[in-house]
Design a protein around this ligand. Structure first.
Ligand SMILES: Cc1ncc(COP(=O)(O)O)c(C=O)c1O
Length: 370
């Protein structure tokens, strides 16, 4: 069957990703564990991982052990850390593949040990402390028990201790200091009990960029690899270069008279003007919540506001009455050039965070690597 080029694409600048890792490395003496979960925040896990390692990352983090396992032969050969698996999982393949796993409760230690026995190997395990997210890991009251259970397990080697920061992107929040102190306390208690972890890790992008006291031996940046700031501020202010550019071609241009209702529900009426149709919708990651909230695109360098509701496959932009745009012209939905809307503009319009914009990019949008 003949190949037909889709009218939209995400251009992924791997050089920018490599540079972003270099910038993070300049901020820390710690090893960089590049977080490439959720298909590399929508950028493609395998290509992102290779670019991150080229920039000096020496470890990879992928949340779901099943995702890590499915990518194994394609990823660069550096240690991989995964922290999510189901209680009934057979972890033998993950242990056998050398994936380092997190345990935040005795049941997880037992599941990993069972996998290790089946695989006939020793599992490298990172013990997880719940220092303030209430999401994963043992609370400090259960910490000593978790450490004791892990140290008693012959098939397990405790190589790491980790936790996750909840508020490191909020300037002036005391929570990061509190979490860091609790983390240090937990490490001390584990060491007193006989653990000899090679690495402690706590810092996400915000910790890596703004809280050097959270770095320890390994940092785990995610969003900043992709050139976006964790607090939604302008990436350039931090020296970061956005990696993804989302483009489409106008698939239709029409002239409309005054008071023309646009899209489902006719929630917006415009005109007289020229309207353009962009072949991207919420199935592709253009957030429907951004409808009528000031989201905009650039059409051949001219700003055009999104009008009416964003549909599943398309949305409409107001090109202006004088526009000379034609079907086939390039629309920049977001990018990093001067005059381009940014991922953060879309995030603000949709009342969400930049993370959700790139990770929501649908499978219909081809990723093209440049
Ligand atoms: C455990 C863990 N570490 C690191 C990260 C990376 O965080 P960020 O993308 O904010 O740098 C995440 C992402 O949510 C995470 O869940």
């Amino acid at each position: 069957m003949a190949f037909m080029r889709p009218p939209c694409r995400a251009l992924i600048d791997l050089g920018a990703l490599t540079r972003n890792v270099g910038l993070l490395r300049d901020r820390t003496d710690a090893e960089v564990m590049a977080i490439v979960k959720a298909d590399g925040y929508g950028h493609g896990a395998v290509r992102s991982a290779a670019a991150a390692v080229a920039g000096g990352a020496s470890r990879l983090g992928i949340a779901h052990a099943s995702e890590a396992l499915s990518l194994l032969g394609e990823l660069p050969e550096v240690p991989i850390f995964s922290w999510i698996f189901g209680a009934g999982s057979d972890l033998a393949p993950a242990v056998d593949a050398g994936i380092e796993l997190s345990a935040g409760a005795p049941w997880a230690v037992e599941a990993i040990a069972a996998g290790a026995r089946t695989a006939g190997r020793t599992a490298r395990v990172h013990l997880a402390l719940d220092s303030g997210m209430a999401r994963e890991g043992a609370r400090i009251e259960q910490w000593d028990e978790l450490v004791a259970v892990a140290l008693a397990e012959r098939r397990i080697e405790v190589v790491g201790i980790w936790s996750h920061l909840a508020c490191a992107d909020e300037p002036g929040s005391h929570e990061t200091v509190r979490q860091t102190e609790l983390f240090i306390d937990a490490v001390t208690r584990a060491e007193r009990a006989g653990a000899t972890p090679e690495m402690r890790h706590l810092a996400n992008s915000a910790g890596t960029l703004w809280h050097p006291e959270t770095h320890f031996e390994v940092v785990r940046p995610g969003i900043s690899l992709y050139g976006l700031a964790p607090d939604g501020s302008n990436p350039a202010e931090h020296g970061l270069s956005p990696v993804m550019r989302l483009e489409a071609e106008l698939v239709s241009v029409r002239e409309v008279p005054a008071a023309t209702p646009v899209s489902y529900g006719g929630t917006a009426t415009v005109g007289p003007t020229r309207l353009g149709t962009v072949p991207l919708g919420y199935a592709d990651g253009a957030p429907r919540q951004a409808s009528g909230r000031g989201a905009w695109v650039s059409v051949e360098g001219h700003r055009a506001e999104v009008v009416g509701r964003i549909c599943m496959d398309q949305f409409v932009v107001d090109l202006g009455p004088e526009s000379t745009a034609r079907a086939g012209d390039t629309v920049t939905v977001f990018g990093a050039g001067p005059g381009d809307p940014g991922v953060d503009d879309w995030a603000r319009a949709a009342d969400t965070v930049n993370y959700t914009i790139t990770t929501s990019l649908g499978p219909r949008v081809p990723r093209e690597y440049v």
